[in-house]
Design a binder for this molecule. Structure first.
Ligand code: PMP
Length: 416
């Protein structure tokens, strides 16, 4: 198709194929090839492609009210969704703002933190990813490609080391202590607490390598924030909405309540929707008119998001995520004795496989391309050679086994 040439080349792409349709855990390209989708459009189609409940809700909403501009009036789907979502959030986060993309969510979280504290600076994790807008690329350090040549970046952003024990000397406890101490140093050497609005962290570092944040580190961040009046922002754009086996990673594996929680991706199963949740006392400091956006909290996306929460309940999505996550981890660990695998890690269905340092640069990309040939969409991540698995949360045991078999065959080709 010659129209491909008219699409910006700056978009990196796993495959050159053209997708025509999706259903459940599978997509089909225009040549009729069926592929198991273990990318979920990067953690978006969490209840599978074109889930009938979501499609039905979207069709009904599209025939009723498509666009209810939030600066003009409230709209019904948003109010209904707020009632449904609040019980899933940490109790103290009782005020919501909706936007369209994850990056917009993060930017609004940072705006809120600055405005509510009256402080300008943000501490971020080395290796973190928060988006491609000017503001979020300034807070992104997972790969240089996201910001090289696009500067000058936002000032007042301070990256600190993240406890990635696999690539650090010492054991996890020592690395956590070191990384927490680096924040204390940062607050003495680079940005005073009085200038520091927030610490921004992904509870599972996504693009940086699918690295679960150790609980002791997250709790250390909470302590530092509380001691200095700094806000803790959890970017759950990729790890939220059931991905880790609980609705949000902060209440499940981490048991820490952030001051601001950012949501997107899986929230509406493919419709552009993001949001931030915070305490009303913080959110209410924002003057009327300072937050918003033409499409902020689109009515059709809201209807999709409501349907997603219904599906979670009706189809026991969280239980399936945990069960299939265990199956995936076991299957990947079994491959360790056949191939040069250094680490298998993750939570729920947000799982990574990192190759050891003997593999050639580009190996993970080669494995992904081979998987595509064999009928599965799979992505790599991070600056280390790492594969990441983001299947739908309602993937069946048979589909999971199919994915593991395709991967095994692809690894045999690449390492054979
Ligand atoms: N934060 C995290 C943790 C993400 O994974 C992403 C997207 N990969 C974003 C923010 C940006 O989201 P979006 O692409 O919707 O702007």
């Amino acid at each position: 198709m010659s129209s491909k040439q008219s699409i910006a080349r700056g978009i990196g792409r796993l495959s050159d194929m053209v997708l025509a349709k999706g259903k459940g855990s599978y997509v089909w390209n225009t040549e009729g090839k069926k592929l198991l989708d273990f990318t979920c459009g990067i953690g978006v189609t969490n209840v599978g492609h074109c889930h009938p409940k979501v499609t039905d809700a979207v069709q009904k909403q599209a025939a009723t009210l498509v666009h209810g501009q939030v600066g003009v009036a409230y709209h019904q789907p948003m109010l209904e969704y707020v009632d449904k979502l609040l019980p899933h959030l940490p109790k103290t986060l009782d005020s919501l703002f909706f936007a369209s993309t994850g990056a917009e969510g993060v930017e609004n979280a940072v705006k809120l933190a600055r405005q509510a504290t009256g402080r300008p600076n943000i501490i971020v994790m080395q290796g973190g990813y928060h988006g491609r807008t000017l503001g979020t690329m300034s807070m992104t350090t997972s790969k240089t490609v996201y910001s090289a040549g696009f500067g000058p970046l936002l000032s007042g952003i301070h990256p600190v080391p993240f406890p990635y024990t696999l690539h650090m000397p010492g054991d996890e406890a020592a690395n956590i202590a070191y990384c927490l101490q680096e924040i204390e140093l940062c607050l003495k050497q680079r940005t005073t607490p009085k200038e520091t609005a927030a610490i921004l962290i992904e509870p599972i570092m996504g693009e940086g390598g699918y690295l679960p944040v150790p609980k002791a580190y997250m709790q250390g961040l909470r302590r530092i924030c509380d001691a200095h009046g700094i806000l803790l922002i959890a970017d759950e754009v990729q790890c939220g909405f059931g991905r880790t086996g609980t609705m949000f990673a902060v209440d499940g594996m981490l048991d820490v309540t952030p001051d601001i929680l950012v949501m997107a991706k899986g929230i509406a199963n493919g419709f552009p929707l993001s949001g931030i949740a915070s305490r009303r006392e913080l959110m209410d400091k924002q003057p009327a008119g300072s937050m918003g956006g033409t499409y902020a909290g689109n009515a059709v996306a809201m209807a999709a998001a409501s349907a997603v929460l219904d599906v979670f309940q009706e189809e026991s999505i969280l239980a399936n995520t945990r069960a299939r996550g265990e199956q995936l981890m076991t299957g990947l660990n079994n491959l360790k004795n056949k191939y040069p695998i250094l680490d298998v890690r993750g939570a729920g269905l947000m799982v990574a496989l990192e190759f050891d340092s003997t593999v050639a640069p580009g190996t993970s990309g080669k494995v992904c391309a081979t998987c595509v040939d064999k009928g599965m969409l799979l992505l790599s991540t991070s600056v280390y050679e790492t594969l990441r698995f983001i299947p739908p949360l309602n993937v069946s045991a048979e589909e999971m086994q199919e994915g593991l078999d395709i991967l095994d065959a692809a690894l045999a080709d690449v390492f054979g």
